[in-house]
Structures are given as structure tokens and as C-alpha cells.
Design a protein around this ligand. Structure first.
Ligand code: IPE
Ligand code: IPE
Ligand code: MG
Ligand code: MG
Ligand code: MG
Length: 312
């Protein structure tokens, strides 16, 4: 049986080295050092690295070699980091703490944070389209660029963020389907991109049904991850989360707990998690790594914990 903790540690270290190589040293560019400091501050040494781990796990479980997975793993993490910088800005969630330290706009300033987000987004596509850093065929490079552009852009993560903002303070009668759509787009799309980019170089071509199963796995996992994030925001604490808790309620966000209540949100989390894993059934033993990863990242809460929080 694979030691998942060891697996995750080695892949995260590998990603860190790769990212380190992609980010310029501030001292080498004195006039724009502030930007490079902000990039390194945001990207290096932080985060759970769920999305890169999904790229590695998806690819490796289908026999893709590691050197073909570094670029998509890094590119998706960079897009994620940019989304977090912008998500924390005063114009959006206005959060001062991220990954256990001051948010980018607090550690630097708003203009630097906006530009750092912009730069991370371009860098992601620069890496994917660079034959040295992304040693796959040109066709595969274009496919990765397209997957990431679509899933992060105006019909993907960015659309999810505008829906999130639009439903803020208007979620009392929000339909379940709308709630799922927001979560699917703002969080599920990058998770889907991670699986699709990881699986792009498999030795055997996946058929349409297999591809659909994979997408459905990723989509269920993405919604689960956001529901869990929302429940943790409601019941967790700053020390464990390494970001402020209770912010969704303060900002009147359209979350599963706010719309359905904590107990029902947790039930949905457990159901969607089971559905996610069911979508891997066709892979047989090759799904083990993705299953372990899913289990390490998603844990429906103990109902008694939810009940205690509700009473307190
Ligand atoms: C936070 O994502 C934003 C959501 C989409 C819920 P993560 O929980 O993956 O953040 P890091 O990367 O570990 O900081
Ligand atoms: C963020 O969701 C989703 C994206 C950044 C795309 P949240 O706003 O819930 O993430 P946190 O709680 O600030 O990490
Ligand atoms: Mg947000
Ligand atoms: Mg936020
Ligand atoms: Mg949140």
C-alpha cells in the first residue's frame, strides 16, 4: 500500500523546486524587485497544493512520466495563487490573512497585488507553451493551454467568482442548482483542469465515457472541496485554517451552510464525496492514488461536531 503522506511530500518538494526555477530573483531586477518579491512571497512555501497533487496523481496513475507533469502542475498552482491574491483584495473578499501570513495586498500594496496576480496568470501560460519546461508534443501543449484557459477564464473560475460576488447578500432563496454552479465554476473548474491536464499524456487514448467519468469525478470533488472550505469557515479557527474564519457569514456569502444549514451542507458533502469516488470505478486498481488523495483532502465532518457547533 502506497504511503500517501510520503508521496505527497516528494511531489510537493518537486513542485516547489520547479516553481522556484520559474520565479525571478528580485535582486537581479532592482527596479521591479517589488513585483518579484510579491510573486515569491505568494507562491513559494505555502498552500496545501491540492491541484498540483491532482495533476501528478492523475497522470502517474495512468503511466505518464513525472517530467511531463511538472509544467501543468506548476501552471495550475500559479493560476490558483493568482486567484487567491485577487480573491483577497478589498474589492472582493477583503481578507487580510492567507496561508498563515498577511495577504499579498497587505504585505505589499494593492497595485502590486493586482499586478502580481496578472503576472502569475501570464507565467502559467508561458510555462505551458515552453518546450523546455513542458516537454510534451506541441499538440499536447496547445491542449493544456486550451484546458487551462477555458477552465480559469470567463466561463470557468472567473465566471464563478463573479457569480459568487453577485449572489452575495442574495442567497436566501438560492436554488440548489445555482449553488452548485457557483462552486463548480469558482473551484471545480481548476480541479477539473488538473485532472484533464494530468491525464493528457496517457499511453492509451481515453474513450468518451471514461473522460466523462473523470470530469464528473473532478466536478464532484471540486464542489466537495468548496463545501468543506465553507463549513470550515463556519466552524473552524484561524490557527488551523491559516486564514480568518467566519468571514463568509460576515460577508453574507452564498455558501452551502448559509443556504442549506450546516447539517444539510455536511450531508451533501458526504453524498457528493461518495459520488466522486464512484466515478473512478472504471479505473480499477489504477484509481488507488486518486482515491487516497481524495480521502486525504476531503473529510465529511463528524455529525456530533456539527451538532456541538450548532448548539454553541
Ligand atoms: C482556497 O483553496 C480557495 C478555495 C477554492 C476553497 P485551498 O484551500 O486549496 O488554498 P491553499 O492553496 O491550500 O492555500
Ligand atoms: C475562493 O473561494 C475561490 C477562488 C479563489 C477562485 P473562497 O473565497 O471561499 O476562498 P477563501 O475562503 O478565501 O480561501
Ligand atoms: Mg471568494
Ligand atoms: Mg475568499
Ligand atoms: Mg472560503
Amino acid at each position: 500500500m502506497l504511503d500517501f503522506e510520503h508521496y505527497a511530500k516528494t511531489r510537493c518538494d518537486r513542485l516547489e523546486d520547479f516553481l522556484e526555477q520559474c520565479l525571478p530573483q528580485p535582486a537581479a531586477h532592482p527596479r521591479s524587485a517589488r513585483l518579484y518579491e510579491a510573486l515569491r512571497y505568494t507562491v513559494l512555501g505555502g498552500g496545501k497544493r491540492l491541484r498540483p497533487l491532482l495533476v501528478y496523481a492523475a497522470g502517474e496513475s495512468m503511466g505518464v512520466s513525472l517530467d511531463k507533469l511538472d509544467a501543468p502542475a506548476a501552471a495550475i498552482e500559479l493560476i490558483h495563487c493568482y486567484s487567491l491574491i485577487h480573491d483577497d483584495l478589498p474589492a472582493m473578499d477583503d481578507d487580510a490573512l492567507r496561508r498563515g501570513k498577511a495577504s499579498c495586498h497587505k504585505a505589499f500594496d494593492e497595485a502590486t497585488a493586482i499586478l502580481a496576480g496578472d503576472a502569475l496568470q501570464s507565467l502559467a501560460f508561458e510555462i505551458l507553451s515552453d518546450p523546455q519546461r513542458n516537454p510534451v508534443t506541441p499538440t499536447q501543449q496547445i491542449a493544456m493551454v486550451q484546458i487551462l484557459a477555458k477552465n480559469s477564464g470567463m466561463h470557468g473560475m472567473v465566471e464563478g467568482q463573479i457569480l459568487d460576488m453577485g449572489y452575495q447578500a442574495h442567497h436566501q432563496n438560492l436554488a440548489y442548482a445555482d449553488l452548485c454552479e457557483i462552486h463548480l465554476k469558482k473551484t471545480g473548474c481548476l480541479i477539473e483542469a488538473s485532472i484533464l491536464c494530468g491525464m493528457l499524456n496517457t499511453q492509451r487514448i481515453l474513450n468518451e465515457d471514461e473522460l466523462l467519468q473523470l470530469k464528473n469525478y473532478a466536478r464532484c470533488l471540486g464542489i466537495c472541496f468548496q463545501i468543506q472550505d465553507d463549513i470550515l469557515d463556519a466552524i473552524g479557527d484561524e490557527k488551523t485554517l491559516r486564514k480568518k474564519a467566519g468571514r463568509d457569514q460576515e460577508k453574507n456569502k452564498a455558501t452551502f451552510p448559509a443556504t442549506l444549514g450546516l447539517e444539510e451542507a455536511n450531508k451533501q458533502l458526504a453524498e457528493l464525496y461518495t459520488q466522486a469516488i464512484d466515478h473512478l470505478a472504471w479505473m480499477g486498481f489504477e484509481a488507488d492514488l486518486l482515491k487516497q488523495l481524495s480521502k486525504a483532502f476531503i473529510r465529511p465532518f463528524d455529525t456530533s461536531l456539527i451538532a456541538t457547533t450548532l448548539q454553541s
